[in-house]
Design a protein around this ligand. Structure first.
Ligand code: GLN
Length: 484
């Protein structure tokens, strides 16, 4: 199995290869692990591999096929998992020094479901520490590089998962998205990624950053791969009380390429001041959708301007509370030199957390403190409700909303790391959908003159992943992902 073959694989191709006995799942896992280790020298998409777990999953698939049983919708598919998602017996670090040696005692529900479906987890991918960031440069273990251009970041925080899929060292991957961490890296690396409706996929076993915003979602080279993986991981889970009871449609079966009559809204707030190359690519993509029979409307989402401020108050507030558990008593790292308990907390956390986590803990503690709670946190919650209302009103007129994913394509390593505000602006177009809890995704729509991928964002009504995926798939079938 050469690199070209491994890079080209989709879920369907793996399935066909296995059922036609062209290769066994164990052979594929072996070849993919070797390839991934070699590529990782260049990109560092993975933090660590779990070959034993991969081989035992692959063996189960081979045995099922030998017995003539259905090996499952992800049979033998090599999967990468972001290192904020718990894997029993396999180190899960959240790219933090604090959890450098943490071995979880249980699996996340999404992980259980993907292995039951025949998926083969190869390893855990790099990310920003506790998923805080937009470039994967906040990892305590060094950054990931964009496979398209190793001088550039892959986006973040799920940069490792996006890079693994883009370089073909995993067929699909799991990421997490709180304010754009699936869509933005998908866009920077030239692949597709989905942030499902809040509650669609269980958060059980996802290490919490901002619980009211955290999502697990898929990455894939194709929209169809995203649809297959999403169907496997979605659905009610008793272990997450916020997971929804809504039935899960057969997403891949609904991808029929027909989008005639679909009403698309273009929110004018998202197109003003947009770098022209990105803007042009999105507008050309919209023209293609028009040709496919969609109707396009100019719409307004007036509270967009408040989204960044609102998001960075709510997410830091929740983060300050969620990260309080890393106190040196539970979990891995502790400072043993301190003489008193308070000193031990102070030094453990002071040495363990990176700069971005500290910044957010401090900011979050501030906005929740007495006297400031009403002025910041409560106000932000009210603004969040207004942002959600903007979307609800827009979705009375249109079926889907299209925007850019990011104002700019992948930037250079080091370019924004010293300027947190500049970094936060990477998320200007993705955080509104997260705050509203609606499904959103990134699908490639071409490249800039210098060859950097650009993603188009599609947002849809709550629980209408099917409509969103169908639109993205029709666009992909019409050749739009290569540039309309
Ligand atoms: N980049 C955003 C942040 O830093 C989003 C991160 C995420 O979605 N996990 O918070």
């Amino acid at each position: 199995m050469d690199a070209g073959f491994l890079r080209s694989l989709t879920i369907d191709a793996v399935r066909q290869g296995l059922l036609r006995k062209e290769f066994r799942a164990v052979e594929l896992a072996e070849a993919m692990l070797r390839f991934a280790q070699a590529e990782d020298a260049r990109t560092r998409a993975y933090l660590h591999f779990c070959p034993e777990r991969a081989f035992s999953a692959a063996r189960r698939v081979d045995e099922k096929i030998a017995r003539g049983e259905d090996p499952g919708p992800l049979a033998g598919v090599p999967v990468a998992v972001k290192d904020v998602i718990l894997t029993k017996g396999v180190r899960t670090t959240c790219a933090s020094r604090l959890l450098a040696n943490y071995i979880p005692p249980y699996d996340a529900t999404a992980v259980v479901r993907l292995e039951e479906a025949g998926g083969v987890i190869l390893g855990k991918t790099n990310c920003d520490e506790f998923a805080m960031g937009s470039s994967t440069e906040n990892s305590a273990f060094g950054p990931t590089r964009n496979p398209v251009d190793p001088e550039r970041v892959p986006g973040g925080s799920s940069g490792g998962s996006a890079a693994a899929v883009a370089q073909g060292t995993a067929v699909v991957a799991l990421g997490s998205d709180t304010g754009g961490s699936i869509r933005q890296p998908a866009s920077f690396c030239g692949i597709s990624g989905v942030t499902p409706t809040y509650g669609r996929v269980s958060r059980y076993g996802l290490v919490a950053f901002a619980s009211s915003l955290d999502h697990i979602g898929p990455f894939g080279k194709t929209v169809r791969d995203n649809a297959i993986l999403l169907r496997v991981i979605a659905g009610r889970d008793e272990r997450d009380s916020t997971s929804a009871f809504a039935p899960v449609p057969d997403y891949p079966a609904l991808l029929d390429g027909d989008v005639r009559g679909v009403k698309i809204g273009l929110p004018r707030e998202y197109f003003k001041g947009l770098a022209s190359e990105t803007g042009d690519l999105i507008l050309r993509a919209v023209d293609l959708l028009r040709k496919l029979g969609c109707e396009v409307f100019d719409i307004s989402l007036p509270t967009t301007d408040y989204a960044i401020a609102c998001y960075y108050i709510i997410c830091t507030a929740e983060a300050s509370s969620n990260l309080a558990r890393y106190d040196g008593v539970r979990y891995t790292t502790r400072n043993f030199e301190a003489d008193t308990l308070v000193e031990m907390y102070r030094r453990t956390r002071g040495e363990g957390f990176g700069a971005e986590c500290k910044r957010r803990i401090i900011l979050g503690t501030y906005v929740l403190s007495a006297g400031y709670y009403d002025a910041y946190y409560l106000k932000a919650q009210k603004v969040r409700a207004l942002i959600a209302r903007d979307f609800a009103e827009a979705f009375q007129k249109v079926d889907a909303i299209i925007t850019p994913v990011s104002p700019f394509p992948a930037f250079k390593l080091g370019e924004k790391i010293d300027d947190p505000l500049e970094m936060y602006l990477s998320d200007i177009y993705t955080i509104t959908g997260s705050l509203a809890g609606i499904p959103c995704m990134s699908v490639p729509c071409g490249r800039t003159a210098s060859g950097l991928p650009v993603g188009m964002q599609i947002l849809a009504r709550h629980f209408d992943e099917a409509g969103m995926l169908r639109l993205a798939d029709a666009f992909e079938r019409a050749g739009g992902t290569a540039g309309a």
